[in-house]
Design a protein around this ligand. Structure first.
Ligand code: PMV
Length: 340
């Protein structure tokens, strides 16, 4: 008897996702197996710093393992394992599929610049891998999946201003959009002061947060700060937002520095930029505020009107090697053109 074969799902898809910069940071995990954070975090998705990823599932069974290429180089070791682990999760959610995958990924910003690429990378990987299997998951569901690859990736599933709810479990720890990108055209100017490889990845750093005596104080203080950030975004009020984002960046780095072992991501250039920002604000009235992720580079947040002046001033600081700029951008998109 003739039996119609179940059609194979569309097996290839390409997605582009923007990185994001957090105003209230994610630092520390309550459950490292699922990247359940200790607190809510709020970020701005970036338009001009993005990752494009093609996932092609090998439905014909030719590959014996996943093949991963990142920025033109075959990924091996820990990097490849992290991608395969994420693909394993998606294979599992797709009903324990056994297909291997070819993954080709490209960042439009230099990975060596020390700018976090894991947020855009795991957001793009999640969207492409799910689309290529035609999994009927909405953005919220994919935010939870992306979180498992890298916590901050949960926020890159949405555009504009985004809050990641701490949640209680795998299903509830997801991000949502607060306002779209057009709501407020803030600028993020990244002052790159070092391109050295991080001494400790943020993935490993999260589990050390609880060893700092300051960690619980930071977490306890966040309830009010999160509300301040939401209000400041609603009112598009940078003088209200700025001090809060600086305070949480410093609090997070205070936790890092006082963890056991101590994590010190700053370089001399980090301090040069921090002091310059404060001087420009206090002496010249330039409305610009800083935040710093798990690295030495400093993100300067300002309104577009101050951008040219800030770029000019950054050029005169001896420790600034290069500058990358972006405004807020949309959530991930599927593209017709594949990288394979
Ligand atoms: O997503 P991860 O594990 O790379 O952690 C990101 C941590 C910070 O960038 C320091 C803060 C944040 O909320 O993005």
């Amino acid at each position: 008897m003739y039996r119609a074969r179940t059609p194979e799902p569309q097996s290839i898809a390409t997605a582009r996702a923007g990185s994001n910069i957090a105003f209230i940071k994610y630092w520390g995990v309550a459950d490292p197996r699922i990247n359940l954070p200790l607190n809510n975090s709020i970020s701005m998705t970036l338009a001009d710093l993005h990752t494009t990823t093609t996932v092609e599932w090998d439905t014909a069974g030719r590959l014996s393992s996943d093949q991963i290429t990142i920025d033109g180089e075959t990924a091996t070791g820990k990097k490849a394992e992290r991608v395969t682990e994420h693909l394993n999760l998606i294979r599992h959610l797709a009903g324990d599929r056994r297909y291997r995958a070819r993954v080709v990924s490209r960042n439009n910003f230099p990975m060596a610049s020390g700018i976090a690429s894991s947020a855009s990378a795991f957001a793009a990987l999640t969207v492409a891998a799910c689309a290529a299997l035609e999994l009927p998951f909405d953005r919220t569901r994919m935010s939870g999946i992306a979180r498992r690859g890298s916590g901050s990736a949960s926020r890159s599933l949405f555009g504009g201003y985004v809050e990641w709810e701490q949640g209680r479990d795998d299903a509830t720890s997801v991000a949502r959009q607060i306002y779209p990108a057009e709501y407020w055209t803030l600028r993020d100017i990244v002052a790159v002061v070092s391109t050295a490889e991080k001494p400790v990845s943020s993935q490993n750093g999260h589990s050390m947060a609880i060893t700092s005596p300051f960690n619980s104080a930071r977490v306890d203080s966040l309830y009010g700060m999160l509300q301040d950030v939401r209000n400041a975004i609603t009112m598009r009020d940078l003088p209200r937002l700025g001090p809060v984002l600086e305070q949480d960046a410093l609090a997070m780095h205070g936790v890092m520095m006082t963890s056991r072992p101590s994590l010190l991501y700053w370089q001399p250039g980090t301090l040069e930029v921090i002091h310059a920002v404060r001087r420009w604000r206090e002496e010249d009235g330039l409305q610009v505020y800083f935040t710093i992720d798990a690295g030495p580079n400093v993100h300067l947040i300002c309104e577009p009107t101050f951008e040219v002046e800030i770029l000019k001033r950054l050029q005169k600081l001896g420790s600034v090697r290069s500058v990358i700029t972006s405004g807020p951008g949309d959530g991930p998109q599927l593209l017709d053109k594949h990288l394979v």
